[in-house]
Design a protein. Structure first.
Length: 522
């Protein structure tokens, strides 16, 4: 029997321990007490944060919303059937974040940033939290740059500026999404990143939107965030915040990928939330399941804050922060044109104006079906192209007076000459503002069309000849008067010379049109 010295034993033990890594797992772990209807109650997570992401088994994540004394109320972002009572829950110690940057442009993703378009994983270098405090008063500057939608009726009467929040409101099937898509298509080649957030819509509708954007070459500057009707309510609830976070990256980041400054300007972003009434409904569902007290129309008490903290993030930053902008176009669906319902009035009070689309106008063939009386832009006028501001000055008033007179004119036929001419002018102005979907128009051509209408050049044409004449006018201007169009775009004000040049161009186009269509004259 060989004797082993104490020293040898010590060396053997030391050699054994040398390869041992004593890492301690200090994860904070809780237990599922109950689960059902997409809600899990979790015990044992004393230090969890509000809005923190929690990790459940089977790759399901949850969002901590109710922090109570006994347990934590958590909404599940996946299949509830995969979670059982007694399952282990881990803290991730992070708020929900989404991938941001150029890697996301041109992609269709869910609200967690997972790709839905089958084009492979997203190689993003940075992540932004979906919730972020809106820039303060000092960090902003007034809205003074135009955000052209390409629609005559909007750019002339309800203009939108970069950094504005303009609500698009109306009943279902009145063209709300079409207005938003026109605005996205019109940003092509203007260096504006567009984000379309689809909330609670059918998958087929989202696919149609993506197809429209691709067909018009707009997908290369657009991100689509989709939380469809088949997705759980928590995903529909976080979708707008996720889209906003993706946009904020471009607003706060300069061209070289570093934070924006005076010498490294930030980008411009347009975000469409389609639509926030469905987000409010999904938040109501979550709140009621979490046993939060219901208020008016069963919405929870903080439903105003739900939308205000989202829409306040739209801003035009000051020059020291790079001058980037995030413009928001939220969409709200009304029931029977009732703009005084709870959610519509909430969002109207948060936004800087609204574009109200009316079903009666839509069915009568006035498209886009904008009700000029209720629609307003509270800041866009200062961001309007100066020439457009001059020529469209009387347009709103003319149309409003026409609507009023048209209602009275139904009752009697004996109208004086002034009333008759006002009615005739109104009919032609209404006609010139009609526009097909997905054919946004350059602002200089819009100015020419509105100028022809407000200055009476259309008064002696038949109403049905107005749009064919507009085509001739645009064709003439694009082929022969490019210098005039450039001047209209850039002029600081509408000078007498510019007005005379425009009048001469319209008169010339009218002669050409009447030579080909002599019956077009009244």
């Amino acid at each position: 029997m060989t004797d082993i010295s104490a020293r040898e034993i010590t060396q053997l033990i030391k050699a054994q321990l040398a390869g041992l890594d004593r890492g301690i797992d200090t994860a904070e772990v809780g237990t599922v007490l109950s689960v059902g209807d997409g809600i899990a109650r979790v015990y044992g997570l004393d230090k969890v944060m509000a809005g923190e992401l929690l990790e459940f088994p089977n790759e399901v994540f949850g969002l901590a919303l109710n922090l109570e004394e006994e347990d934590v109320g958590c909404v599940l972002m996946g299949d509830t059937a995969l979670i059982r009572e007694g399952h282990e829950v881990r803290r991730t110690k992070r708020i929900i974040s989404v991938p941001v940057g150029t890697a996301v442009i041109g992609r269709v993703v869910d609200p967690l940033g997972q790709p839905l378009d089958g084009k492979g994983p997203i190689e993003a270098k940075e992540y932004y939290p979906i919730e972020r405090i809106a820039p303060g008063v000092v960090a902003r500057q007034p809205v003074k740059e135009p955000m052209q939608t390409g629609l005559k009726a909007i750019d002339a009467m309800i203009p939108i500026g970069r950094g504005q929040r303009e609500l698009i409101i109306g009943d279902r099937q009145t063209g709300k999404t079409s207005v938003a898509l026109d605005a996205i298509i019109n940003q092509k080649g203007k260096g504006v990143v567009c984000i379309y957030v689809a909330i609670g819509q059918k998958n087929s509708t989202v696919a149609q939107v993506v197809q429209t954007l691709e067909a018009n070459g707009a997908m290369e500057h657009t991100i689509v965030v989709a939380a469809s009707a088949s997705d759980p309510a928590p995903l529909q609830y976080i979708a707008p915040y996720a889209g906003c976070a993706m946009g904020e990256y471009f607003q706060f980041t300069g061209r070289d990928g570093k934070p924006a400054t005076k010498d490294n300007p930030g980008g411009h972003v347009l975000v469409i939330y389609d639509d926030l009434s469905k987000q409010a409904a999904s938040y109501r569902e979550i709140s009621l399941l979490l046993r939060r007290p219901p208020g008016r129309e069963a919405y929870p008490g903080d439903v105003f804050y739900l939308h205000s903290r989202l829409l306040e993030r739209a801003s035009k930053l000051n020059d020291d922060l790079g001058g980037g902008s995030l413009t928001a176009l939220p969409i709200i669906e009304t029931q029977a044109n009732d703009v005084s319902a709870y959610i519509p009035t909430n969002v109207i009070s948060i936004t800087d104006g609204q574009i109200f689309l009316e079903s009666d106008l839509f069915y009568s063939g006035q498209r886009p079906a904008i009700n000029v009386g209720i629609s307003v832009s509270r800041v866009g006028g200062s961001a309007q192209v100066r020439t457009m501001r001059t020529v469209s000055g009387t347009l709103r008033l003319d149309l409003a007076q026409y609507r009023e007179l048209a209602a009275f004119a139904q009752f009697g036929s004996d109208l004086d000459k002034a009333t008759q001419s006002q009615l005739n002018r109104g009919k032609r102005l209404t006609e010139i503002l009609k526009q097909n979907v997905f054919v946004p128009m350059d602002v200089a051509l819009q100015v020419a069309s509105v100028f022809a209408g407000t200055k009476g050049f259309l008064d002696d044409l038949r109403v049905e000849a107005v749009l064919p004449f507009e085509k001739t006018l645009h064709r003439t201007l694009v082929s022969e008067k490019t210098a005039l169009l450039d001047e209209v775009r850039t002029a600081k004000k509408m000078t007498k010379e510019l007005e005379e040049a425009l009048a001469a161009a319209v008169t010339e186009a009218k002669k050409l049109f009447l030579a080909d269509n002599p019956s077009a004259k009244v």
